[in-house]
Design a protein around this ligand. Sequence first.
Ligand code: FAD
Ligand code: G3F
Length: 602
Amino acid sequence: MPEIKYHPVHDDIKGEQFDVFIAGSGPIGATYARLLVDRGYSVCMVDIGDVHDGHHPGAHLKNEIRFQKDIDAFVRVIQGALSTVSIPTSSMVLPTLDPAAYHVPPKGGKDGDAIITHGRNPKQELFDNLGAEAVTRCVGGMSTHWTCATPELIKGVERPQIFPSSDTNDKEEWEKLYKAAKYLIGTSDTQFNESIRHKIVFDALTNSKDFKGRGVKALPLACRRIGDGPYVRWHSAENIYGKDFFVKTPANGKGIFRLLHSTRCTKLYEKGGEIQLVEVRSLIKAMDKKNEEDSDFAIKARVYVIAAGAVATPQILANSEFGGLRRQETAGTKNVLIPSLGKYITEQPMAFCQIVLRQVDQVDKSEDGKDKDANGNVVVRPPWWTKAVADHQKAFPNDPIKMRVIGSPYQDPEPQVNIPVSKEFPWHAQIHRDAFSYGEAGPLVDARLVVDLRFFGMQHGVPENRIIFEDYRDTYGMPQATFHYLPTPDRAKQASDMMEDMMKAAHVLGGYLPGSNPQFMTPGLALHLGGSIRLGHEGEKSETVADYNSRVWNTKNLYVAGNGTIPTAFAGNPTLTSICFAIRSASAIHDYLKSPGHVNVP
Ligand code: FAD
Ligand code: G3F
């Protein structure tokens, strides 16, 4: 182990030994921090990214009024936040470039000479890439701009088994974990109940022949409506940290918390299965070339948690030479600490389209003065609906759509409907309105009438599907990630069935928005990469990275966290389940730290 000198970026942490070190400040790192600091431990967290808002570290950016009034404007925020992981240089050949201009061969020179800028990767092939897989680097991670969909994974179809030999224990454990996770992130499925569009979509699907009995329900979302008005507070890592978490002097009984932003977790040093210390780099200090050497320093802790997302977590472990490097694979992985690092990855195939609602003319009384549905049947509208329409008509008598106006005090909340995963239909459907890096409604139609259909399929882990790290470096100086990923034939067939199902749902609701016809999205766009640091049971050591407490096999004090830990095929959004694993793991860390030989907490 090389000698690393302690280097004080912040004087008060010079040479200090923390109980717990955490890499990554997203919702999963936040879960560990909150639970361990609340139990009295000292925690040092580093994040490679910057803080957007010093008063509210890790806050959801969509809470800005501007985006609540115009959700489409948020598309640019998401696009700005995401950095694509691996872009094949062969996709960048420009045949029409001026012949005299500098032509770089698509594969670069020798591997070591390749210039990696913004994810361009000479080792990445087009055909087996996860071309849209991306990372976010900022305090709060992806939760600063996520959709907040927080469903449970479905037992028997997607959910991993923590206790495979006892159904009862397994069920009880998951109930306990999901309850705690929902509390921490603040999930609810009632915040869009009083939305005309939500009810139109919900009723149309529930009453249709294809979706009756499919368990159509409100999409569980981590958010709260502000009063009974049109605006919503979206939750993020900020809510997990909780109030007054970043104060220097902790409340009685609570531990110390230090966050070093713009600080890269570079490498862990291990001896005899025990992590001795972690090397980190202050990226701010390193910006001045003359300080570069001084910008690397060490942090010492009793326990190390790597929660840097499903790509950067294995990347840090690979940079520590624990496994996952192409060089090691070529040499044979027998002697590496984590032979399965980055293998068996999963990602969700994704189908998408947008429709323009058909039924909106029925939002108010028809000409004979009675409320009627699309088939002309008389229906009784709930009082909040009739009041909303009456208020709207009073304020906007000339609006041809008898519905509340988006962006006005009469704003109608968006639809947030979910068709959950089942054995027969193994995909997760969101029929809603949300911003992503695509799917802007555009000015051609009244945005009130547009509904997004996002269907997420699943893939199980196979060893050939993997993320592997090269010797050359990405923009942040870490080993460049390459994907080798193809859907298996059975799951490919399921994706095709899922597309058909989405088209049926679209047909129930309206007509396709021109330009947003049914399509498969570039693999990786779901941003639900799983399996890169997967959990397993004693008998599964050779195909997994860590046990069900998230402790890396053959180590005493190294834990991994995030969606990469989920070992099963899943279609639902994974973050809630990753929070569950973090809760379970934080509890195991507490047991470890309070055991003899470790710090004693009350
Ligand atoms: P991240 O949120 O990715 O955080 C990882 C952190 O690690 C980052 O802050 C990063 O800066 C830091 N980091 C990386 N490398 C290093 C390093 N070397 N050293 C130090 N720090 C490092 N999921 C859902 O379940 N439901 C949704 O509705 C949903 N919607 C989404 C919508 C969008 C637009 C996007 C982009 C994602 C969405 N996701 C959703 C995914 C969700 O945001 C992630 O699952 C979740 O944020 C993962 O949490 P995490 O803490 O593991 O990782
Ligand atoms: C995903 O990462 C989220 O989980 C979804 F909820 C979201 O709608 C989607 O991205 C957008 O493509």
